[in-house]
Design a protein around this ligand. Structure first.
Ligand SMILES: *Cc1c(COP(=O)(O)O)cnc(C)c1O
Length: 495
């Protein structure tokens, strides 16, 4: 299987090259040359597999430089770090309404599904390619990727990792998780600006030839742990198959029935993995793209105009506070029949004018699987309350956005297709807001909010959250956007 760039389809690389490079030098994203197929029989057979086996099975379809056994070893190591034996348990909340809990990994957000795997893939790809240069991993984070990547790459030989987060745009717990990370190969800094500023700066470094040269001299190549990296996206495809096969196994649906997935969306990585699963043969009725009030994607699916020139809102679902959703580029590439010239011009319009548009009537047929909606801050808080009040089930604000959007969709369409909500973070990562939603009072001390929430819900507090209170803060830098590049260069030169 080869990979091509969305902005230069003639650039064809292997899976290991795509993973080590992270992004194509002209700024395009790597996509598989074709979508390998998974039959209904294969999906049925997943019922007997462990999650790690399901994951290795799906990854093996794409990474033919690896054997299934090699991938299974990687997946076993990754998912043995999760605190639930089902890895991603599927909870039936109500008739036809299921929640897929994707936050049982080491940092309590769904990012762990990919970031416990990616560092191992990077090491294995380096070995396969006989790569001597060290890999410098640059990460822009809206909160959860940063910690998950730090935990994944911490003390992995031959790698350095630098993480940049919006200084005032992440939750207290998210920030503490990052700045207390150990490891000799780790670096974390806040950025004066929002996530888009951090992501744009990091993408700029990737496409800067002069930086590339300097890094090469210092013995480094760059890679990315953001969902622009194929190695980040790939492990996320498996849980769509896993949820489906679980529904079949427990008799909730018949093999071949179509289902809906509802995905709280920011950078469009998670939902794109669902789209890829569908292209591989998973029976999907609708993919619901749920946004908070940074609803640039909702507008795009309604009008065909992607317009990032709008006010940026800080919300209680900070990991979705994104106006430039990188992975939409991969979807557009498919919708535009893989026209790399078209993509190049759309993306350059986005860069220079902050917007572009496509003709939706042309794309309607292919886009039909997508529905989009958003929830404002009040609805998000109310939905946390209502979900707990009605079902005794507690969710974090990102998951709540998805449930709110699903409720709106259900009310307006009456679509009774079984629907799986992707739950992307532990409520304890956002304890203050969650407690305020269900406990009717504001608590200024985040750790007090954790214990109150525990007292109210009886839900176990993750050890890594409890421990944060006594961990030493290691990183205090706050940089302007223009300082990031210099920081990267001085880091690799050991200054
Ligand atoms: C990253 C994240 C999202 C958004 O996922 P994308 O792949 O960026 O669309 C949603 N919820 C949480 C908790 C996240 O960490």
């Amino acid at each position: 299987m080869k990979y091509i760039s969305t902005r230069n389809a003639a650039r064809s690389v292997t899976g290991s090259e795509a993973i080590l490079m992270g992004i194509s030098p002209e700024g395009g994203l790597f996509v598989p040359e074709s979508f390998p197929q998974v039959s209904l029989d294969e999906i049925a057979s997943m019922g007997e597999m462990t999650y790690a086996e399901r994951s290795a099975y799906v990854m093996a379809k794409y990474l033919d430089e690896f054997t299934y056994e090699e991938l299974l070893e990687i997946a076993n190591r990754a998912y043995s770090r999760f605190d639930d034996e089902d890895t991603c348990p599927l909870t039936k909340v109500d008739e036809g309404f299921y929640v897929l809990e994707l936050w049982h990994g080491p940092t309590y957000a769904f990012k762990d599904f990919a970031l416990t795997v990616l560092p191992q893939l990077v090491s294995a790809c380096r070995k396969k390619r006989g790569e001597d240069a060290k890999t410098l991993v640059l990460v822009a984070t809206s909160g959860d990727t940063g910690k998950a990547a730090l935990e994944g790459f911490k003390d992995v030989e031959g790698t350095e990792i630098m993480v940049f987060y919006p200084d005032e745009g992440v939750s207290y717990m998210q920030k503490l998780q990052m700045i207390t990370t150990g490891g000799d190969n780790t670096y974390v800094a806040g950025i004066k600006g929002n996530f888009d500023d951090a992501q744009t700066a990091v993408k700029g470094i990737f496409t800067d030839d002069a930086v590339r040269e300097e890094l090469k001299k210092a013995g480094y190549v760059m890679s990315s742990a953001n969902s622009i990296n194929w190695g980040r996206l790939l492990p996320q495809i498996a849980y769509y198959f896993s949820a489906y096969s679980d529904l079949v196994s427990c008799g909730e649906i018949d093999l071949g029935d179509k289902i809906n997935f509802v995905v709280p969306t920011g950078n469009f990585g998670d939902i794109l993995a669902g789209y890829y699963a569908m292209r591989m043969g998973l029976p999907v009725n609708k993919l619901l793209c749920a946004s908070n009030i940074n609803n640039v994607l909702t507008d795009f699916f309604a009008s065909g105009e992607y317009d990032a020139t709008r006010e940026f809102h800080k919300t209680i679902s900070p990991s979705m506070d994104i106006l430039i959703s990188s992975n939409l580029e991969r979807l557009l590439f498919e919708l535009c029949d893989r026209d790399d010239q078209k993509l190049t011009s759309l993306m350059s319009a986005l860069k220079s004018e902050g917007k572009y548009s496509v003709d939706l009537t042309e794309l309607k047929k292919k886009l039909g699987v997508f529905e989009a909606g958003f929830a404002d801050e009040d609805e998000t808080m109310e939905t946390i309350y209502n979900t707990f009040d009605e079902y005794g089930y507690i969710v974090d604000p990102h998951t709540s956005v998805a449930i709110a959007v699903y409720n709106d969709y259900f009310m307006s369409t009456g679509d009774e297709t079984p629907s799986v909500i992707l739950s992307t973070a532990s409520p304890y990562k956002f304890a203050q807001d969650v407690y305020e939603a269900v406990g009717e009072s504001q608590i200024s001390d985040p750790f007090k909010a954790v214990s109150k929430l525990h007292f109210l819900t009886g839900m176990e507090v993750p050890e890594g959250i409890d421990r944060l209170e006594i961990m030493e803060v290691r990183f205090t830098d706050v940089l302007s956007k223009d300082e990031i590049k210099q920081k990267v260069l001085s880091r690799v030169k050991g200054e």
